[in-house]
Design a protein. Structure first.
Length: 333
């Protein structure tokens, strides 16, 4: 009797261990399924909330992404009032950065999705996982996650972590982590709908313009109701001079080792074409960097709360990003 009981207990233990093992898959199995899912993913709609913790502040944004293979996408970024503040559109004519509130757009050529768009575009995030040579894999609580070195390199972010549901590989979270593994940016998905059908005309700057909130207060070109918005970060050896104001704009001059100038204004509604340049993510909004490659002087343009900012000077892109990010979310004086 005792022998039979012992055999039963052993069988129960073996079965229990087998069931526990079935609950977690290894990296090879997940990678195989992810490869197949990526190949079969022809379109999707996703919604998420972005939380940005920087400059001793926390800000939240909304993200709605549409994707149509092989290269069409539309990313609508919104504020905490659910107002669409910026739209990034990709179609056969190029990439457009649209500010619906200002009725203004930048158009230029490039492949932003491959460089920085993985924070907003799930198919680009999957590519990051599949192509990474140094990914760290973890499986727990019905989720799988991949942690990788941040690319391109960022002065504030050291690693990126992409978390997926183990059952269907739908995205759950994309987090950008600092050197201490604290989340600087967290994109938490609220819905993911693969196979969503779109029309070609939905991926145009004209359609993006129409996303402006109908009852939003119109932005008046030339108005200086935003005050003077100063950066919380400036490079060492640089000092801000007294602000200069014209009838329609504010100019901030910074003198020192790496001099630069910031212009702030509410611009007229018009489109601008940039045939050279790149999109740079400021987390919650994007900037366009232009200038001759290798030149000491470059310019960065971005919009926030209906104000256009232009930063021009002897700064590298990394420094420009830090200056710009330190101005987002703060009111004018």
């Amino acid at each position: 009797m005792k022998k039979k009981l012992s055999m039963v207990l052993i069988m129960v233990l073996v079965l229990s261990l087998a069931l526990v093992g079935c609950g977690k898959r290894d990296q090879e199995a997940v990678m195989s399924d992810l490869t197949n899912f990526k190949q079969e993913l022809t379109s999707y709609e996703s919604k998420a909330t972005m939380t940005v913790s920087a400059n001793n502040t926390t800000q939240k944004y909304t993200i709605e992404t549409w994707y149509q293979a092989p290269s069409y996408y539309r990313i609508a970024l919104g504020n905490d009032k659910n107002e669409v503040t910026q739209v990034i559109v990709r179609n056969d004519e190029g990439i457009f950065v649209v500010s619906p509130q200002l009725k203004k757009s930048f158009r230029f050529k490039g492949d932003w999705a491959e460089n920085q768009g993985h924070v907003y575009l799930y198919h680009a995030a999957m590519d990051r996982i599949l192509k990474s040579a140094d990914r760290e894999f973890e499986a727990k609580d019905g989720s799988v996650s991949f942690t990788m070195k941040m690319e391109p390199e960022n002065p504030l972010v050291a690693k990126q972590r992409i978390t997926l549901a183990d059952s269907n590989l739908y995205p759950q979270q994309i987090a950008l982590l600092d050197k201490d593994s604290n989340a600087v940016v967290s994109v938490d998905y609220t819905s993911f709908n693969p196979g969503k059908e779109f029309k070609k005309e939905q991926f145009t700057p004209e359609a993006a313009m129409a996303t402006a909130t109908p009852d939003a207060k119109p932005v008046m070109a030339g108005s200086k109701d935003f005050g003077v918005i100063e950066p919380r970060y400036v490079p060492e050896g640089v000092k801000m001079q007294a602000p200069q104001e014209t009838r329609t704009a504010v100019m901030l001059k910074f003198e020192g080792d790496k001099p630069f100038t910031i212009m702030e204004e509410r611009p007229e509604a018009k489109s601008t074409t940039l045939r050279t340049g790149q999109i740079v993510d400021l987390w919650g909004t994007t900037a366009v960097v232009s200038g001759t490659e290798g030149s000491e002087v470059q310019s960065m343009h971005w919009f926030h709360n209906g104000v256009q900012f232009s930063l021009t000077g002897h700064l590298g892109v990394d420094e420009m990003v830090k200056v710009a990010q330190s101005m987002i979310g703060f009111g004018g004086k």
